[in-house]
Ligand binder design. Structure first.
Ligand SMILES: [Ca+2]
Ligand SMILES: [Ca+2]
Ligand SMILES: [Ca+2]
Length: 491
């Protein structure tokens, strides 16, 4: 039975007064991100959704002053097939681009090679829908949440939209290499009997993230009839030559249990159907003292949307530690979630996006919100009062969120929020953290500022990646995705 199953289961620049030299690390006096010196990269395959996901990455921890190890990695989930992907129609893929002023020098990553078959259906799989870097000199993960497998029962053929994730080695050399061609993730899921209400439509990899150095998370919002779930995978045997049987192995995959339960205990508490738990995922080593916190957004949970925090207490099974609820029905609270320290106390705080938030008051109409939860000793996040940031009507403010590191170097973490549908082309907002945790808007980057790139900019800010200083000038940078097949590096 289920319980006995291995429970694996950004524009105004305020201060800019130095010449920037791309080929050399240079010291700048730039205070924030400079909107006048962007770098652009185009997708060369039209309508390939180039920029749907983005990640700043470095192939070495300490690349010195050179830029050769810095990569802008870009997901393109409707990209066409590459050589050897026989029978695959628009399987999607990812690109890596050097930090140069040439906008057309991105290269497709050679991965997921081989024929598309019924048992490994790559057509329309959306490889690149999600993308994360583990950090400079480490791994990357990217997923194809619509990857499917056809299995045969005595009666009929069943298509299982399990989803699949791929790990890439981003530690050295001048490229990214696929290190996990075995579909172990799928093997785990496919090893179960076809079960419409189980993992058959898990769509795992709709979201993904790393947990420290040894684990990664895959969100599977389609599990259990779209109740949703999250897979926690240990990376201990990455270099194993044989695919692991994750379903029976002791090092493996753990599956979240339940969601609307505020106390930790051993009971399985199921979420309601159609909660979409795992639509977004995040993790933190500090949010809860001495524990790793596994975080999953459920944008349709409780109708308002919710976010569930899990911990492993005395075992390997993630148990519910806290649950945050959205304010209003249909706000999609939990559509995006990120953990980062905003008040400089060394403890992560939580950012939750609710892009379909709507408020019509005497002060005006607002659309989209981001809730800022500052961690307080001895209190659960659900016991704290979040600060609410709101966007313009129908802007989808909060669709994307990215920590930025400390862009102004005042000691407090900063972050970016995407409002990709703010008229006319989408906007990205930069917020600064502070000692008391109150966050303030400091910059706005408008997609309209980049109309010399293409006249038809849509969805500026649909994806964001920050924290990494990609051009080695000591200030962290921000990569912004669009829905017009190009990305912008703000630095
Ligand atoms: Ca904090
Ligand atoms: Ca700061
Ligand atoms: Ca920089």
């Amino acid at each position: 039975n289920e319980c006995n199953r291995k429970i694996i289961s950004l524009g105004l620049c305020m201060f800019y007064n130095t010449i920037f030299d791309l080929n050399r690390a240079s010291s700048t006096y730039g205070y924030n991100l400079e909107g006048r010196l962007p770098l652009f990269k185009r997708g060369l395959d039209p309508h390939s959704t180039f920029g749907f996901s983005v990640a700043l990455h470095k192939l070495a921890v300490d690349p010195g002053n050179g830029l050769e190890k810095s990569l802008l990695v870009v997901g393109s989930p409707t990209a066409g097939s590459i050589t050897s992907q026989t029978n695959a129609v628009k399987p999607g893929g990812i690109y890596h681009c050097p930090v140069t002023t040439n906008s057309e020098d991105c290269t497709r990553v050679k991965m997921d090679l081989g024929e598309s078959t019924k048992l490994n259906n790559k057509t329309g799989q959306w490889l690149g829908v999600s993308l994360k870097s583990q950090g400079p000199g480490k791994y990357l993960i990217t997923c194809a949440h619509r990857h499917s497998v056809r299995l045969y029962t005595k009666v009929h053929e069943v298509e299982q939209l399990c989803g699949k994730c791929f790990l890439l080695n981003g530690t050295s050399d001048n490229k990214l290499t696929e290190i996990r061609p075995e579909d172990v993730d799928n093997r785990f899921i496919g090893s179960r009997q076809p079960d419409h209400g189980g993992v058959e439509y898990a769509q795992s990899g709709t979201s993904c993230t790393f947990v420290g150095d040894g684990e990664y998370l895959m969100g599977g919002p389609g599990m259990w009839a779209w109740t949703g779930g999250m897979f926690d995978v240990e990376m201990a045997d990455l270099e194993a030559t044989e695919a692991l049987d994750l379903f029976t192995s002791s090092t493996a995959m753990y599956e979240t249990l339940g969601c609307f339960k505020n106390e930790i205990d051993n009971r399985k508490v199921k979420c309601d159907k159609d909660s979409y738990l795992g639509f977004s995922v995040a993790s933190s080593k500090t949010l809860i003292p001495d524990q790793t916190t596994y975080i999953a957004g459920a944008p349709r949970g409780n109708y308002t949307g919710s976010v569930v925090l899990y911990q492993k207490v005395g075992g390997l099974i993630p148990m519910v530690a806290d649950t945050l609820m959205g304010e209003f029905i249909g706000s999609s609270f939990g559509f995006s979630v990120e953990a980062t320290d905003l008040n400089g106390d060394g403890v992560d705080d939580l950012l939750v996006g609710a892009p379909q938030y709507y408020e019509y008051s005497n002060e005006g109409k607002h659309g989209g919100a981001v809730y800022v939860y500052i961690s307080q000793a001895g209190k659960k996040l659900s016991q704290t009062q979040p600060q609410k940031l709101t966007g313009k009507l129908d802007s989808f403010f909060g669709y994307s969120i990215s920590p930025l590191g400390d862009i102004d170097q005042d000691g407090f973490g900063d972050f970016a929020v995407g409002a990709p549908h703010e008229k006319p082309h989408g906007k990205v907002y930069i917020f600064r953290g502070s000692a008391d945790g109150a966050v303030k808007e400091s910059q706005v980057f408008d997609g309209s500022n980049f109309t010399d790139i293409t006249t038809d900019i849509k969805g500026f800010g649909v994806s964001l990646s920050g924290v990494v200083d990609i051009d080695n000038n000591k200030y962290p940078d921000l990569l912004v995705g669009t829905l017009s097949d190009f990305v912008v590096l703000l630095r």
